[in-house]
Design a protein around this ligand. Structure first.
Ligand SMILES: Nc1ncnc2c1ncn2[C@@H]1O[C@H](COP(=O)(O)OP(=O)(O)OP(=O)(O)O)[C@@H](O)[C@H]1O
Length: 268
């Protein structure tokens, strides 16, 4: 199901931080949102997720205005993995993941809590950590718990094929290379199962491997948007990110990009 964003504008502390942003994200695909620090990526994800009030323009998911839904209905349709996941209490990891199931309490979906929890622990590769207090986990381990919580939340919609939106804000920022790929492969599987996936990434290589589509933000504007292979060009990367890139081929033959140096004009 499609996420349709039309002429989105967001002000924060009296300053316009996003202006005139329009795009669509489709079920079955991963949309990567990119841009330099402060470009507005997290703001965009928060606005799409229905977490911001000061939003102009429209955000429709499967024809519904997400910000108008009641909290439990919203939570059943979309899950957000935020950039910084903090849990100050020494809850067991599996109890933190189970918080993703709260929106299903008292509904027939609660019967699937156990299956959802097991699937989420496996997807995030945190089964062996399930009984550990979350306060004892490393930063990367905690990030995987946050991912598991989002997976548990959307488990039912994935099973029934109803529209569901997974929003991941820099989900691999603290992960080792193996788990970066594992997590993004899981995101790809969730997309293949019908999810609409919107994810912010800084890593050009991971973006070009896993993204079907890309949005590039630059100081609150949409600098470019479209299919990854056609949109994330060397010229765009040089202009927006101020780095030069190299390209390489994956085993599949598809191209990937990687930053090799600061752009010449910046290095001078
Ligand atoms: N709560 C806030 N109040 C005021 N300004 C904010 C607030 N949150 C973010 N901003 C500003 O809005 C702009 C966009 O911030 P945002 O967090 O969306 O950027 P980002 O692209 O996600 O950056 P990064 O790559 O560093 O995570 C920045 O200039 C930031 O300083």
């Amino acid at each position: 199901m499609t996420l349709l964003v039309n002429r989105l504008r967001v002000e924060r502390a009296g300053r316009i931080v996003l202006r005139d942003i329009s795009f669509e994200a489709r079920a079955g695909r991963i949309l990567v949102v990119m841009g330099p620090n402060g470009a507005g990526k997290t703001t965009l994800l928060d606005a799409v997720a229905g977490l911001l009030r000061t939003v102009r323009g429209s955000v429709l998911f499967a024809g519904e205005a997400l910000h108008a839904l009641k909290p439990a209905a919203l939570a059943a349709r979309r899950a957000v993995m935020t950039q910084h996941f903090d849990c100050p209490f020494a809850y067991a990891v599996e109890d933190v993941v189970a918080l993703g199931r709260l929106c299903h309490a008292g509904t027939p979906r609660a019967a699937r809590d156990g299956a959802a929890l097991a699937a989420a622990l496996a997807a995030a590769d945190i089964g062996p950590l399930a009984r550990r207090p979350i306060t004892t986990l490393s930063g990367g381990e905690r990030q995987r718990v946050a991912f598991a919580k989002a997976v548990a939340q959307l488990f039912d919609r994935a099973a029934t094929g109803e529209p569901h939106l997974l929003i991941l804000d820099e989900p691999v920022a603290s992960l080792d290379p193996e788990h970066q790929h594992r997590l993004l492969q899981q995101a790809r599987l969730l997309a293949a199962g019908g999810a609409t996936v919107v994810v912010t990434l800084h890593d050009l290589t991971l973006a070009s491997i896993y993204g079907d589509d890309v949005l590039v933000l630059d100081r609150g504007h949409l600098a470019a948007g479209g299919a990854m292979a056609e949109t994330l060009t060397a010229d765009l990367i040089r202009r927006v990110f101020k780095v030069r890139i190299g390209t390489a081929l994956q085993e599949s033959g598809a191209g990937i990009v990687h930053a090799v140096a600061q752009a010449d004009e910046e290095a001078a």
